[in-house]
Design a protein around this ligand. Structure first.
Ligand code: NAD
Ligand code: WQD
Length: 331
């Protein structure tokens, strides 16, 4: 089976490509490398000893994307490509709407034209906004607080409408919680440019001395120790969720949370990181960050039951692997 992986050079996409190759899928990556590097392809090869076909194509360029569909006989698509920085999306909303929506519409229209009916889409827990209760179930009300999140919700709605118009489509929407960690080889991981928005890349940079101190955004939330609680999931557990989604016998339009179901506070994560890696992470309490919520964690019951999803990595593994990746890739 040949899988087109859009955004396959990125953080989650590259780990998923490794899993797909291990399961003997053929992989065609389409990525414009706007937030990733070509070296990722060599590292995928080092880990798997297998080749992928790569096209440096922007999904917003429909003619170029069409050439990929003409050359390759695609059976299914996993659609990771998109811009994902929440803060940047507030500053540059049009860039986010253009990139994330046009790319997806082009992709879906070509899938329709070439009769490729199976797609797995990267959505996000951000579509739940500020939930009324926890854990979060898939049927909770949806709302967003920033343009990035709105692109995810809009794409979910586009997929639902597409399915209504043509129920031969087989669509899986995966709502990821907070992916961290890295491949155990240290060859793949998250390497954001500039100042990271997300917690783990920031912790790692403080641990390696690149940044002096971590600002913990708020210690007066209604949580175990006052700091924000999130559902961190190892990227390798998350990536395998995509293989399970491809293998799922259930067809139609399906939505799954991919999280561990466990919440961890910022302070708990920092302390775990320090003890697992034997390093100090300097931190100070700073004001709350706009738009942040107290706590967010998944019910993953549906994914466990219907996909056989079984996250196996612990918070310790996540801390160790995140640090290992950055140590191996510094300089
Ligand atoms: P990433 O930025 O590492 O990977 C995205 C990839 O898409 C990059 O390689 C980038 O170059 C490529 N890309 C972006 N726009 C493109 C375009 N127009 N044409 C071709 N390629 C394009 O991000 P990630 O963390 O791997 O996230 C993958 C997906 O999962 C994204 O859609 C993201 O919104 C979603 N997601 C991520 C998180 C997270 O915390 N990382 C959480 C929830 C959902
Ligand atoms: C986690 C916790 C912060 C940085 C974001 C997106 C979401 C999804 C995942 C894509 C919070 C605290 C953070 C720092 C801190 N991405 N924090 N100091 O906000 O849960 O989710 O990434 O879909 O859409 O919104 O993740 O890692 O930014 O924050 O104290 O320097 O760490 O306040 O409690 P978040 P995060």
């Amino acid at each position: 089976m040949k899988i087109l992986v859009s955004g396959g050079c990125g953080y989650i996409g590259s780990h998923t490509v490794v899993d797909l190759l291990k399961e003997n899928y053929e992989v065609v990556i389409v990525d414009n490398l706007i937030n990733s590097k070509r070296e990722v392809l060599d590292n995928i090869k080092k880990i798997t000893n297998k080749e992928v076909t790569f096209y440096k194509v922007d999904l917003c360029d429909k003619e170029k994307l069409k050439e990929v569909f003409e050359k390759e006989s695609i059976d299914a698509v996993i659609h990771f490509a998109g811009l994902k920085a929440v803060g940047e999306s507030v500053e540059k909303p049009l860039m986010y709407y253009e990139n994330n929506l046009i790319s997806t519409i082009n992709l879906l229209d070509l899938m329709r034209e070439f009769n490729v009916k199976k797609i797995v889409f990267s959505s996000s827990a951000t579509v739940y906004g500020n939930p009324d209760s926890l854990p979060i179930y898939e049927d909770f009300p949806l709302s967003t607080t920033n343009p990035y999140g709105t692109t995810k919700l809009m794409i979910e709605n586009i997929l639902k409408d597409l399915y209504k118009s043509d129920n031969s489509f087989d669509i899986t929407i995966l709502r990821y919680f907070n992916p961290i960690g890295a491949h155990k080889s240290g060859l793949l991981g998250e390497d954001p440019n500039g100042i990271p928005n997300n917690l783990m890349p920031y912790i790692v940079r403080v641990a390696t001395g690149k940044f002096p101190i971590l600002n913990i955004f708020g210690d007066d939330y209604k949580t175990v120790d006052g700091t924000g609680v999130r559902d961190y999931i190892h990227v390798c557990d998350l990536s395998y969720g995509h293989v399970l989604a491809l293998k799922n016998k259930k067809t139609g339009l399906k939505i799954y949370n991919l999280g561990t179901g466990k919440g961890t506070s910022v302070l708990e994560l920092v302390k775990k990181f320090e003890s697992v890696n034997g390093v100090k992470v300097n931190y100070q309490i700073a004001p709350r960050r706009d738009g942040d919520i107290d706590a967010c964690y998944a019910s993953n019951e549906k994914a466990v039951k219907e996909l056989g999803f079984k996250p196996k990595y612990t918070i310790e593994d996540m801390c160790r692997d995140s640090y290992n990746f950055v140590k191996m890739n510094t300089n």
